[in-house]
Design a protein. Structure first.
Length: 222
């Protein structure tokens, strides 16, 4: 098979209404284009790239995707993505178990871990409150977080949600749920620009925002 023919066809065809010489190719492109940020043009380029690679590389990719879908777990303690029932961070005896950093998803855990500035545990909410998207408190792991605080072993909650309207709304909702309980609340310093997603913040800025965190109630007055 001459894959250069596909290259030329890809350059000349109308990507809004592609004509495929292979139904298998069309199906693969359609599936690939459903991924975030992947349009039909990029999907076709990726599929043709895979076709040019050794069979083993494509099969390894397919096997990895199949396994991550079938075998991935969520930590029973912090709800982070894990290979086991309890993730490595929660199992680490060197972590401070009385400080919990509240984040939106695993990407934020990875971003904060890359700063090496936080040695406590995490609680992954699985999203943020967003009425426009139909996401309410009941769709997140807020109830499990409140139950942790009620046990009395948590001394501080750090709200590390992205400084967006939805992130601030989520922080405030949790704050109201635990008001009156014996736990300190803080939020990352506003070195992280308002409106930015946490995962795109550089490591130095994010690390400093964790270290220089401020009491949550003080942030409500600013």
């Amino acid at each position: 098979m001459d894959f250069f023919i596909f290259r030329n066809e890809a350059k000349s065809c109308n990507f809004a209404n592609m004509e495929f010489s292979s139904k298998l190719l069309e199906n693969a492109v359609n599936e690939m284009s459903q991924l975030p940020g992947i349009g039909k043009r990029t999907a076709l380029r990726l599929v043709l790239h895979l076709l040019r690679q050794p069979d083993t590389q494509t099969f390894q990719l397919a096997d990895a995707l199949s396994k991550v879908r079938a075998e991935i777990k969520f930590c029973k303690s912090c709800h982070n993505i894990s290979d086991k029932d309890i993730c490595e961070i929660c199992e680490n005896p060197k972590r401070q178990t009385d400080i919990i950093c509240v984040v939106e998803d695993i990407r934020d855990v990875m971003a904060i871990e890359n700063t090496s500035s936080f040695k406590g545990l995490y609680h992954v909410l699985g999203g943020k409150i967003s009425p426009m998207d139909g996401i309410g408190p009941q769709d997140l792991t807020i109830k499990a977080l409140v139950e942790k605080v009620k046990k009395g072993t948590v001394k501080e909650l750090i709200f590390a949600m992205s400084p967006t309207m939805e992130g601030d709304t989520t922080n405030f909702y949790i704050f109201k749920q635990i008001q009156g309980m014996d736990v300190a609340t803080s939020t990352i310093a506003r070195g992280v620009a308002a409106g930015n997603e946490l995962e795109y913040t550089d490591e130095i800025t994010l690390g400093r925002s964790i270290v220089d965190r401020v009491p949550f109630e003080a942030s409500l007055k600013s």
